[in-house]
Design a protein around this ligand. Structure first.
Ligand code: HEM
Length: 403
């Protein structure tokens, strides 16, 4: 049986059933290894999809947008929604990307650091019961959503609405009988977000402010403003991509660092290793395990007979554990160097928010390490994986900060 998952505007990802159990979602890595060992790229007739497992093959797909398109909805014959940068090909993609790039370059992100620190401190100071608290609820979720809301210039009071709608956008199929219901829920969530942002766009057209939405409204490509659909697509994708993934990076980091009792204390004593630790978390517990592309033409590619419309499922989480690139790939090595993981993608769609995500993870973990130098996981908890085709993380992660 197939399971499908829509990511925000336009990403349709078909998952193998082997990944539907709780255990497989929490730890799909041995299964990836078996697949990768069998073949770098495999066709699955049941899903009409190619699974791309090996690092080199993953890069080859992602660096060839002519053969492997990101226009998932158009190729699948579906109604186009708001055009998101994630689902565009050149030349439009190149132009749109140039417009927003400036807002996310490391230098701009640096100016946000003091604010990220303040938000982190405020969140950590609300932890009333440090002997048992949920990292997701208290820090990993609210930090990125507050930062992206401020960057976009939307009111913080609307955070609950953001969570509810973007949770639906990234939700995967729990019960395959319910695909239609989920699809409708996703459509509705997208519509509600669209209406919400339409009002904000209107307000910013009249009264520009110092925020990203005002910049987007005023931006021009070849003398033309972005269309309403493009603007909406941008807002929705930044909101969804801007916080679900970073939430999981922070939570996955705490999980990786507390699964082995010595790791947290080691990092407390070696704070200079935090950046390489974050890169290793990105590799080891990649917040985005897969993305996809659609084949544009009939061709023989690397000896594989591709047909137009075939889906390529590009397994970033498997590439990140490919032993031909990473020594001891299934071992967490906080000082690993070099660490050329593909967790933020590769090629022209490389994650726009990478610098921001890294900065947020750095500040969040520094705050936790300083406040809770003996932090431990609560051993008795049963982890619940996030039900999503591509986002990797757990719903909550209980820790004891006073151990
Ligand atoms: C740990 C956190 C994050 C991870 C693991 C991540 C991962 C990714 C990946 C794998 C892609 C490429 C998808 C593809 O090629 O199909 C991507 C693209 C993108 N990401 Fe992220 N992301 C993260 C955080 C963020 C943040 C914080 C933002 C924005 C505030 C963001 C905005 C975007 C955008 C706009 C794109 C599309 C770029 C394009 O199409 O040119 N991401 N991200």
């Amino acid at each position: 049986m197939n399971t499908q998952d829509n990511r925000g505007p336009g990403l349709l990802l078909t998952l193998p059933t082997e990944l539907s159990s709780r255990e497989a979602r929490l730890s799909p890595f041995a299964w990836y290894r078996a697949q990768r060992d069998a073949a770098p790229v495999q066709y699955d007739p049941k899903r009409n999809a190619w699974d791309v497992w090996a690092y080199a093959s993953v890069q080859k797909v992602l660096q060839n947008p002519t053969l492997f398109s990101s226009q998932r909805q158009a190729m699948a014959g579906r109604e186009p929604g708001p055009a998101s940068i994630l689902s565009l090909d050149p030349p439009r993609h190149t132009k749109l990307r140039a417009l927003v790039n400036k807002a996310f370059v490391p230098r701009t992100v640096e100016t946000l650091l003091p604010r990220i620190k303040t938000i982190t401190d405020q969140l950590l100071s609300t932890i009333d019961h440090p002997e048992s608290f949920d990292v997701v609820k208290h820090l990993a979720y609210p930090l990125p959503v507050t930062v992206i809301a401020e960057l976009l210039g939307v009111p913080q009071e609307d955070q609950a609405f953001f969570k509810e709608t973007s949770d639906i956008l990234v939700r995967g199929v729990e019960d395959p009988q319910n695909i239609e219901h989920l699809r409708n829920q996703k459509l509705e969530a997208r519509m509600r977000l669209g209406l919400y942002f339409r009002d904000i766009l209107q307000a910013r057209r009249k009264h520009p402010a110092d925020d990203l939405i005002s910049q987007l409204v005023q931006a021009e490509i070849d003398g033309e403003h972005l269309s309403e659909m493009e603007l909406l697509g941008f807002c929705i994708v930044l909101l969804a991509a801007g916080h679900e993934t970073t939430t999981n990076l922070i939570t996955n980091a705490v999980r990786a660092l507390t699964e082995d009792p010595g790791r947290w204390q080691w990092l407390v004593q070696n704070p200079g290793a935090l950046s390489s630790t974050i890169e290793e978390v990105l590799r080891f517990y990649s917040p985005v395990q897969a993305t996809n592309r659609i084949v544009t033409q009939k061709t023989q590619w690397q000896g594989y007979p591709l047909e137009p419309g075939h889906q390529m499922i590009v397994w970033l989480g498997s590439a990140n554990r490919d032993p031909s690139v990473f020594e001891n790939p299934d071992t967490f090595i906080a000082t690993r160097h070099p660490n050329p993981h593909v967790s933020f993608g590769y090629g022209i769609h490389f994650c726009l928010g990478a610098a921001l995500a890294r900065a947020e993870a750095h500040v969040a973990l520094t705050g936790l390490l300083q406040r809770f130098p003996n932090l431990q996981a609560i051993g008795s908890q049963q982890l619940s994986p996030i039900i999503s085709g591509f986002v990797y993380g757990v719903e909550s992660y209980q820790v004891n900060g006073t151990a």
